[in-house]
Every structure is written in structure tokens, then in C-alpha cells.
Design a protein around this ligand. Sequence first.
Ligand SMILES: NC(=O)c1ccc[n+]([C@@H]2O[C@H](COP(=O)([O-])OP(=O)(O)OC[C@H]3O[C@@H](n4cnc5c(N)ncnc54)[C@H](OP(=O)(O)O)[C@@H]3O)[C@@H](O)[C@H]2O)c1
Length: 308
Amino acid sequence: MKTITLGQSDLRVGRIGYGCWRMAQSTPKQAQAKIETALSCGMTLIDTADIYGFSEPSKFTKEPDGFGEAEAVLGQVLKSAPQLRDQMILVTKGGIIPPRPYNSTYDYLTGALERSLVRLNTDCVDLFLIHRPDLSTSFAQAGRALDALIDSGKTRYVGISNFTASQAHALQMNMESGLIVHQNEFSALCQDPMTNGILDQCQERDMTLMAWSPLAGGALATGRIYGRFNEAMFKRVMSTLMRLAEAYDTTPVNIALAFTLRHPAGVMPIIGTQKIDRIKDSANADNINLTARDFYDLIEARRGEAMP
Ligand SMILES: NC(=O)c1ccc[n+]([C@@H]2O[C@H](COP(=O)([O-])OP(=O)(O)OC[C@H]3O[C@@H](n4cnc5c(N)ncnc54)[C@H](OP(=O)(O)O)[C@@H]3O)[C@@H](O)[C@H]2O)c1
């Protein structure tokens, strides 16, 4: 798989990443097989968060609400196969006390990463993200916490998730270290980062966008829409994906992933399937080079009208 450098860092990773949001109910053995498959396909960035597993049954944490469970499952994998830690760029996130409040106070963020490291069975992650912007804490305090996490050696780099471009700017102005990534929803169905300033900022500041739910949480794979997307828009996008899949002799899934990879800023889709064969198949998106015309066809399908 082709590789990219994450923002202004020395983290070189496969350009498709693997996410662990849906992994909390896997056994460590099943989780290990998924992680090993992702790594062997070149998906060397493994993304998780302390909240993944929340509201599901927990086996490995002492938490009654499932908080931390996905990290704990990955921690079991790293305990029994510690060599995998050196083969991955490990990303986690913190800053949500589920479901609310979001908490980016100094004490909470620094404590959250320490607790994540215990669950993950590792001394340090490669990248720590604030999961959601905390509207009740100043950027000065959140920035101080991120700087302290780097200074303490508990993470090598920091970034943000679900921030607007202006929130990212305000936070960056209050930090010594640099934010190397945004992580936001981006897919053929959710194209907001192309119009809300996130991808402009990525190019302006040499940050990487990690695209969460690049298959719109599975809708673009199953063709079954769920709640929050407009049905007519979904049908237009789906039929364009199917037309391109036929033209490129591939699947709508891989065209959807290739759409995110086509953006000139250099976007990294984070896939979330829990099926080994689907992890392997997704790696084929790396070989699809959509033309600018195809890219615009998907933008226009989403818009429902031609570009001006
Ligand atoms: N920062 C944030 O706020 C945030 C939010 C959400 C997610 N994330 C990150 O992004 C990662 C990916 O999110 P996601 O899981 O929503 O991504 P996704 O890849 O858009 O969706 C994954 C879902 O699609 C299904 N799927 C995939 N391929 C399929 C196929 N060929 N046929 C049928 N179904 C298919 C999967 O089911 P199967 O497992 O059955 O294949 C799974 O339920 C997460 O793991 C997490 O790391 C971050």
C-alpha cells in the first residue's frame, strides 16, 4: 500500500487506516486476527478511543458501562503479541465523559491518556486526539494539556477530532506543539470537510485529515440508508458509486474509499469493518485512481445539481 506522512510529523503510515470503534465485543483472538490482517495489508495506523465500547457489555474493564472496552481488547492483543506494537502507529482519543460533558480540562485529559495507556498495555501512543471540542474549557487550558502530554512522553504527537477549522486555529494559537491531524467524518455521502474549511486548513497548515466512517457507517456498502441522510441524495450517490464500480471493475465500497483518497490534501480513510475478508478487499482501493471527472461526478451526485 502507498504510504503518507501524517501532517508535519515523522509518522509514515499506509494511506488507509484501521479503526477499532466496533471491536469491543471481539475476543482478543478475533481482535488479533483483524489487527494482523490490517497490518499485513499495509494499514499500519490503528485508531481507537477510550469511549469505544461504551454502553456495551464489558469483560476486560471494571467499568459498568463499557467505557474503555475497545482499548482493553486491543491491550489484550498487545499483551499476548507485543511485537505488534512496533508494527503499528497507535492512535487514541479522549475527552468525552459519555455521553456528556466533553472534558478538555488539563486534569481530565492528562488523566484520560494515562488510563488509556494502562488499558492498552503500552507506555506511549503515537498520536493522541481530543475526541470532541469542549465548549466549557478554554483553548489555553486544552492546549496546555496537549503540550504536557507530549512533554511527558505519553504521546509523540497530538491532534483533534470533530473540531471546526476556527476551533483548530484557536487551539493551535494556544500551544507550543503542532496539531498534525484533523479527524472528521468524510465520505462520498458526507462531504462537509470540502466546504467547511477543514480540508482547506489541512492544505494551508500541512495537516492530514483522517476520515471517519468513510462508508458512512456501512450505508455505502449495504446500499441501505439510515436516519440522518436524505434518501434522494443517498440514491444519487449510490447509483454513481455503482456506475463507477462497473467502469473500474471493482465494488462501490472501493470506489467510495477511492473518493476520499482522491482529495488533493491527502486524506486517510479509517475503515471500520470487523470482517477479515472485507479488510483485505478494502486495501484494493489503494490501486484505484479516480479521474477528476469521476471525483466531480460524486460531488455533483451529492449536491443534486451540476457545479456552477
Ligand atoms: N472521531 C470520531 O468521532 C469517530 C466517529 C466514528 C468513527 N471513528 C473512527 O472511524 C472508524 C471507522 O468508522 P466506521 O466503522 O463507521 O466506518 P465505515 O467503514 O464507514 O463503516 C463500517 C461499517 O460498514 C460495514 N461494512 C463495511 N464493508 C462492508 C461491506 N462490504 N458490506 C457490508 N457492510 C460493510 C461494517 O460491517 P462489518 O463489520 O459487518 O463488515 C461496519 O458496520 C472507527 O472504527 C473509528 O476508529 C471516529
